[in-house]
Design a binder for this molecule. Structure first.
Ligand SMILES: *Cc1c(COP(=O)(O)O)cnc(C)c1O
Length: 359
């Protein structure tokens, strides 16, 4: 079922960025945005693409007071054959609905949501940058918008999509990052909202992230909120380890975000004949293996960076170096193959690459 989408084009289009090496991440936005309202009884209605700009919101709106907000993060790529593509977009639509369900926000029709994404990306296709490694980041978000302070499941909501041309995540190619294992704050607990992509998870993670940065680390590796010993994920990425030739990654326990890059890496690794263990993996086991010299590689996975090698791991006063602070062979292969699939450089046997339109 498709939603009706009215299109009001801007009368004052902005100049596209000329120096694509300075795009950065999420700093500039395209000319238009999608917006649609939900109310109990009426359902989703008034879907429209309008000039990009502020969204007037009632000061008592649920989103300001009780954090009823979820989002997605995905990209459109200018493929080598000239088409504009997305990567497994239906997975994002489904995860958005899983997140909505957890926060008592209204869900979207899958086909309808995919059509919205197609429509806005096609309209903004000239904003998809051309240089190697650049893409159009797509940020769908959905929030509760009841205009009163009572606490309950919302009756009014807004779904919107904004788009931002983004640079290559690593200007100098992929480079190993330094990660601090967090032993004080936790990001999420089982039964909580860890598996939902919601703003609140990020709000709760900022303090540890700031501390790590002050100490010279790029991101935080989270431990589970109950035993404080099982590895969960890294910042806004899932995490994988190569140990004695096999791959270990934390299982989806309810407090971990089910990444689409994670899922794609697991499917690729298995297709290459790797054994992949999705299980509880404690920080003690990790460092035992590291001390025995059996930890071969570690990397994070996520849409923004695709695959991010981990070169240093800090925990309780000690710093461990992984794969001599170099990019491991499997990390590099995952990065190369995933990006080649996204940009249509190799045959896509998985059916992951999704053509939106001609560029
Ligand atoms: C979005 C996100 C990820 C990565 O998910 P992808 O679908 O691979 O982009 C991992 N962890 C957290 C907390 C996230 O928000």
């Amino acid at each position: 079922m498709k939603y009706e989408i009215k299109i009001e084009k801007t009368l004052t289009p902005k100049a596209k960025p000329t120096d694509e090496s300075k795009l950065g991440f999420g700093k500039i936005f395209t000319d238009h945005m999608f917006i649609m309202e939900y109310s109990e009884g009426e359902g989703w209605h008034n879907g429209r693409i309008v000039p990009f700009g502020p969204i007037p919101t009632h000061p008592a709106s649920t989103v300001f007071h009780y954090g009823a907000e979820i989002f997605e993060g995905m990209k459109a790529y200018r493929a080598v054959d000239g088409t504009i593509r997305m990567f497994r977009p239906l997975e994002n639509v489904r995860r958005l609905n899983t997140s909505a369900e957890r926060l008592c926000l209204p869900t979207l029709d899958e086909e309808g949501c995919l059509d919205i994404l197609n429509t806005i990306v096609e309209l903004e296709k000239d904003w998809v940058p051309h240089s190697e490694g650049t893409s159009l980041y797509i940020r769908p978000f959905l929030y509760g918008n009841d205009p009163h302070l009572g606490v309950h499941a919302v009756k009014n909501a807004v779904f919107a999509v904004i788009c931002s041309p983004v640079g290559a995540y690593y200007a100098q190619g992929i480079n190993p990052v330094k990660i601090a294992i967090e032993s004080e704050d936790v990001r999420a607990v089982r039964g909580g909202t860890g598996f939902a992509k919601c703003g609140g998870n990020y709000a709760a993670s900022l303090r540890a992230g700031k501390r790590a940065e002050e100490n010279g680390y790029t991101q935080v590796l989270w431990l589970d909120g109950v035993d404080r010993k099982y590895i969960e994920e890294v910042g806004a990425m899932n995490v994988m380890f190569k140990v004695n030739g096999k791959i270990i990654t934390p299982m989806l326990s309810g407090s971990i975000l089910p990444g689409i890059t994670r899922k794609s890496c697991i499917e690729l690794l298995k297709s290459w004949g790797f054994e992949v263990e999705e299980r509880l993996f404690s920080v003690d086991e990790l460092f035992d293996l590291a001390e025995k010299g059996e930890l071969e590689e570690a990397w994070g996975t996520g849409t923004a960076a695709v695959v991010s090698p981990i070169g240093k791991l800090y925990y309780n006063g000690k710093e461990y170096t992984v794969s001599n602070n170099l990019i491991g062979e499997t990390t590099q292969k995952l990065y190369d193959v995933l990006t080649a699939l996204q940009w249509g450089k190799i045959k896509d046997e998985f059916g992951w690459s999704y053509v939106v339109c001609n560029g």
